[in-house]
Design a protein around this ligand. Structure first.
Ligand code: TXE
Length: 471
């Protein structure tokens, strides 16, 4: 049985839709709800509403700050309902969904504390020269299905604080929590400031091509990111792309596994591996290879996998049917090429998109699951003899999101981590973002930054204010 859930929010109100599309619960593979499919005319309306709301919204940063703080409170008050929707449409265990809702509120609070810098370059009796950061207008925010609420807030929190208005389009796989967010915030944000629409993939393309938005802020795949860049480029609109990664973790020979095996495991398996900043491949000294594989395989076998609504479940299903198919294909390819599954290696019986947490050994670079982003609960563990060679292999990719080095010697690890070609390097941690630090993608992992002050400035245009005195 399917039920119709939340409507789109345009100009602070419901917009009736004649077309809908089904939303699956990945734990059952069944459609459990219908979401509105935004028509081209309704997209125009949403962008018009955002344009109309811009002049007033841009005028008062104090009001914007208060509104974002109120939005954070409203989200926290409604956390249980949002988290339940998130688990139903995305699959993550309910406690993790609650964590994502908390992060969503935290991103809005974080944005509310930021200030738009004003840099006075010169101020004397002849002239005053100042750099300002002004809002751009309407921002299109396009989000993926792995963390729909948190990634949306990361975008619209900064965009709104900077004085822009937003049209948010979530992934067609996980539209419901974002639609619910739009409804919840209707009386917290002025009408038109945050519009939430949903639809199949062509809606994303129409939004990116539309002449109204002056920035597209996109998180998703490299392939789609390139399409967004081309569409935005044709109109000279600005764009921010947060794309995938193939993060390498390098373990050094002195690591205490008793202390760090859990960190390595969850660095890879967080959100069922469906995180841009998860460990996607692990390089281990050959002398410690068996020990590491065994420690990780033990953990993979003992993790409780199941429907995220059930208590005690630690890993849910893959979030989408295509992602489930992709993970199966990549694992089958590795096994056919001679890799061994030290744990898992197969889908789990029954309904839903469940894949056994998998540790792959006896494989090297050149195998697809090592070279490509698997985005699933599978970690290839690759032995190395020379740490310089491990570093070279970690860097031999078009991705450049994050990396990590694990060692008892923080200084030695830090020196190596500095040479990883990526936006963030961790030592003895992975997938551990800091609120104040931006997300940065090198190479094909992204263009621009998100989060913190460095993520706020891209939502502005720099302006020079030059006042000449005394002539
Ligand atoms: O992403 P898409 P998909 C990676 C991961 C995964 C792969 C595919 O490897 O296997 O991407 O996932 C909208 N113009 N990541 O196919 O297509 C779409 O509706 C504008 C990494 O779901 O990139 C959705 O809202 N928008 C990533 C959003 O783009 C378009 C997180 C992302 O969809 C569009 C998720 C178009 N032409 C997947 N076509 C990360 N960076 O963490 C689609 N969209």
């Amino acid at each position: 049985m399917t039920q119709h859930l939340d409507q789109m929010t345009v100009n602070g109100k419901d917009v009736p839709t004649s077309d809908t599309f089904g939303v699956e619960n990945p734990a059952t593979g069944q459609i459990f709800a219908q979401a509105p499919d935004c028509s081209p005319a309704q997209l125009d309306d949403a962008l018009q509403a955002a344009s109309d709301a811009f002049p007033l919204w841009r005028a008062d940063i104090g009001a914007r700050r208060s509104a974002l703080l109120a939005a954070a409170v409203r989200i926290e008050e409604s956390a249980e309902g949002l988290a339940t929707l998130l688990t139903l449409e995305q699959g993550k265990p309910l406690p993790d969904a609650r964590g994502e809702v908390g992060l969503t509120a935290m991103f809005l609070r974080g944005a509310a504390t930021l200030d738009l810098p004003r840099e006075v370059i010169r101020d004397d009796d002849k002239e005053r020269l100042e750099l300002l950061h002004q809002p751009m207008g309407v921002v299109a925010a396009i989000t993926p299905w792995n963390a729909p609420l948190a990634l949306a807030a990361l975008k619209f929190g900064s965009a709104l604080l900077a004085g822009n208005t937003v049209v948010l389009k979530p992934s067609p796989f996980t539209p419901l929590s974002s639609l619910a967010l739009g409804v919840l915030l209707r009386d917290v944000l002025p009408p038109g400031v945050l519009n939430v629409i949903s639809g199949r993939d062509p809606l994303g393309a129409r939004l990116a091509e539309h002449p109204v938005p002056r920035r597209v802020s996109f998180t998703g795949s490299v392939a789609t990111g390139k399409r967004v860049a081309a569409a935005a480029g044709a109109d000279l609109k600005r764009f921010t792309l947060e794309l995938g990664g193939n993060d390498a973790a390098i373990m050094l020979d002195d690591l205490d596994l008793d202390v760090h095996a859990d960190g390595l495991f969850w660095g890879a398996f967080v959100n069922c591996g469906q995180v841009c900043m998860a460990i996607k491949r692990l390089y281990v000294p050959r002398s410690r290879y068996t020990e590491v594989v065994d420690a990780l395989a033990d953990r993979a076998r003992s993790v409780k996998v199941g429907d995220g609504m059930l208590p005690g479940v630690q890993l849910g299903p893959l979030a989408t049917a295509p992602q489930f198919a992709r993970v199966q294909e990549l694992v089958a390819d590795a096994l056919a090429g001679g890799a061994t599954a030290a744990a898992g290696g197969r889908r789990l019986d029954g309904d839903g998109y469940f894949f056994a947490p998998t540790i792959l050994k006896d494989l090297a670079d050149g195998v697809r699951i090592v070279d490509e982003e698997q985005f699933g609960p599978v970690l290839p563990v690759i032995p190395y003899d020379d740490v310089e060679d491990a570093l070279a292999r970690a860097n031999a990719t078009q991705f450049g999101l994050n990396g990590s080095v694990w060692s008892a010697d923080a200084e030695r690890a830090t020196a190596l981590a500095a040479r990883l070609e990526c936006g963030t390097s961790w030592v003895n941690a992975h997938a551990a973002p800091a609120m104040e630090a931006p997300l940065v993608g090198h190479k094909w992992s992204g263009v621009g930054t998100e989060g913190g002050l460095a993520g706020l400035l891209p939502f502005t245009e720099t302006k020079v204010m030059h006042v000449v005195r005394g002539r």
